[in-house]
Design a protein around this ligand. Structure first.
Ligand code: IPE
Ligand code: IPE
Ligand code: MG
Length: 254
């Protein structure tokens, strides 16, 4: 689809009651943003980092408690080596340049995704960011890096399978909560809203389990152009939705 020059209306942020506690964003469209300008894809990723800064500030200003951002998927390793290297390097540069400021503004950083196969210097930076900010409470920023929803579910299944094999767990006693305990998000909770930018309408292996009852908002903006006004547009859309969780509409007649 064409996502040039999207039009948007400025809408006031919704009242607190309709505000999602946890917003997750699939930050998509960096490559197309660059291509539209005849620039290398990596320039789109570099500009995408500025959009991350705006999104974090907006989440904090608008009263969102948890912001999860999809930064690198388990499948993104299949991109050209130069692009993968730049994405790794951008994460390192972002943590090095922004960690102190994020910490000072009360942001608690959490990383989800597979960490063992990352370069040791990246893994060390991720550990440092989590450790430094662990007592902050203004905004929880969850970075999904080298993350895959299916891979995460497989890991969680293995944890239960080991207990069954050891004879300490009856398969018939397995519950959804027990499986969720084995996910990287076990202490984070489910996103109320999942936003995807760039007009694509798919999950791309993001939070498969956790988004079972999330509201999906697809925005026609390429990620490097995302800003607080787009965040407010998504919040207004969320506020207009009715979440039923399998029940009946609260507005339904008898
Ligand atoms: C999102 O932008 C960033 C990552 C996936 C790391 P893309 O790089 O996917 O941008 P498009 O989809 O090619 O425009
Ligand atoms: C999803 O975007 C991953 C991230 C935003 C980090 P992709 O651009 O990789 O997804 P597909 O390939 O279009 O589904
Ligand atoms: Mg993409």
């Amino acid at each position: 689809m064409t996502v040039d020059a999207p039009r948007r209306q400025h809408v006031a942020a919704p009242a607190q009651a309709c505000l999602p506690r946890h917003v997750a964003i699939i930050m998509d469209g960096n490559g197309r943003w660059a291509r539209q300008r005849n620039l290398p894809r990596v320039v789109g990723h570099q500009r995408g980092v500025e959009a991350v800064r705006r999104a974090v500030k907006a989440a904090s200003a608008l009263g969102v408690e948890i912001l999860t951002i999809y930064s690198f998927s388990a499948e993104n390793w299949s991109r050209p080596i130069d692009e993968v290297s730049e994405l790794m390097s951008l994460l390192k540069r972002f943590i090095r340049s922004d960690l102190q400021e994020l910490h000072a503004s009360g942001v608690q950083i959490r990383i989800i995704g597979e960490r063992l196969s990352l370069d040791p210097d990246i893994a060390a930076l991720l550990d440092e960011a989590e450790t430094l900010t662990r007592n902050n409470s203004r905004l929880k920023l969850v970075v999904a890096f080298n993350y895959g929803g299916r891979q995460e579910l497989v890991e969680a299944a293995r944890i239960l399978a080991r207990r069954v094999a050891a004879g300490t767990l009856d398969p018939a006693a397995i519950t959804a909560d027990m499986l969720a305990e084995g996910l990287h998000t076990h202490d984070i909770g489910d996103p109320d809203m999942v936003i995807r930018t760039s007009g694509e309408q798919r999950l791309s292996n993001f939070l498969l389990w956790q988004s079972a009852y999330s509201e999906f908002v697809f925005l026609p903006v390429l990620w490097p152009d995302f800003d607080q006004t787009w965040f407010e547009t998504a919040l207004a859309e969320y506020a207009s939705r009715e979440r039923r969780f399998g029940g009946v509409s609260s507005k339904a007649g008898m």
